[in-house]
Design a protein around this ligand. Structure first.
Ligand code: GRF
Length: 224
C-alpha cells in the first residue's frame, strides 16, 4: 500500500464482493484509500472471504438479529463509526437504508447501481432493461440520499445491449464496467475532488455536475 495520504474507507457488502475486489485491487496499485473494514449483513457473503485473504478486518452484522430496521441501522452506524472512515462504500449491500442512517453519512456514502440511473431503480435491472427493449444499459455510481437509488449519479458506464442477451449475459458485461467506474469515483472522493455541496449538488473539481459523467468521455480518468 502507498505511503502517502490514504483515506480510511469502510465497505458494506451482502454478496460476492466483486466490486469490493476491484477496490482492493486498486489499493494495491495507487488508489489512495485504505479499506479499514468490510461489513456484511450476510454471514456467508463471499466478499468476506475476499477481505480476509487480504488481511482486511471483517464484521458480520446479521439483520436477522435485530428487531427493527432502525435498530439495525443504528448498530451498523456505530460499527462503521468505530473505524472512523472518511468514506463509506456500498458495494452490493442489499438493504434499504433508514433516513437516519443516510443522514448520518450524507455526502460521504457512495453506492453503485446496475442501471443508467434514473432508469431502472430497484431490483432486477437487467431483466427489466431487456423487457423494455433498451438498446443501451449500464451502471451508475451515485451519492446515497434518502430515496432508493436516487441520489445524484456521478459516473456512468454505458453497455450496449447485444442480440441474444439474457439477463445473465448482460449483467456480466455491466459488472465488468462497474469494476472500472467504482474505483474511479472512489479515487476522486479520496483525492478531495468530489463532494456534495450545501445545496446537495455533486461537485467535481469545484464544478457542479448537472448530469453524470460517462466513462467513455473521460480521458485518462479526467473529466472532459
Ligand atoms: C452489482 O451489480 C451492484 O451494482 C449491485 O449488486 C451487485 C454486487 O455485485 N448493487 P458484487 O457483490 O460487487 O459482485
Amino acid at each position: 500500500m502507498g505511503n502517502g495520504h490514504t483515506m480510511p474507507v469502510v465497505v458494506l457488502i451482502s454478496g460476492s464482493g466483486s466490486n469490493l475486489q476491484a477496490i482492493i485491487d486498486g489499493t494495491q496499485a495507487d488508489l489512495p484509500i485504505r479499506v479499514r473494514a468490510v461489513i456484511s449483513n450476510e454471514p456467508d457473503a463471499f466478499g468476506l472471504e475476499r477481505a480476509r485473504r487480504t488481511g482486511i478486518e471483517t464484521r458480520v452484522l446479521n439483520h436477522r438479529d435485530y428487531r427493527s430496521r432502525e435498530d439495525y441501522d443504528t448498530a451498523l452506524g456505530t460499527s462503521i463509526d468505530g473505524f472512523e472512515p472518511g468514506l463509506i462504500v456500498l458495494a452490493g449491500f442489499m438493504r434499504i437504508l433508514t433516513p437516519a442512517f443516510v443522514a448520518r453519512f450524507r455526502g460521504r456514502m457512495l453506492n453503485i447501481h446496475p442501471s443508467l440511473l434514473p432508469k431502472f431503480r430497484g431490483l432486477h435491472t437487467h431483466r427489466r432493461a431487456l423487457e423494455a427493449g433498451a438498446t443501451v444499459h449500464g451502471a451508475s455510481v451515485h451519492f446515497v440520499t434518502e430515496a432508493l437509488d436516487s441520489g445524484p449519479a456521478l459516473l456512468q458506464a454505458r453497455v450496449p445491449v447485444e442480440l441474444g442477451d439474457d439477463p445473465e449475459r448482460l449483467a456480466a458485461r455491466v459488472l465488468n464496467q462497474e469494476h472500472r467506474i467504482y474505483p474511479q469515483v472512489v479515487r476522486w472522493f479520496a483525492q478531495g475532488r468530489l463532494g456534495l455541496d450545501a445545496a446537495g449538488r455533486p461537485r467535481l473539481d469545484g464544478r457542479v455536475l448537472t448530469r453524470p459523467l460517462q466513462l467513455d468521455e473521460l480521458t485518462a480518468g479526467q473529466p472532459p
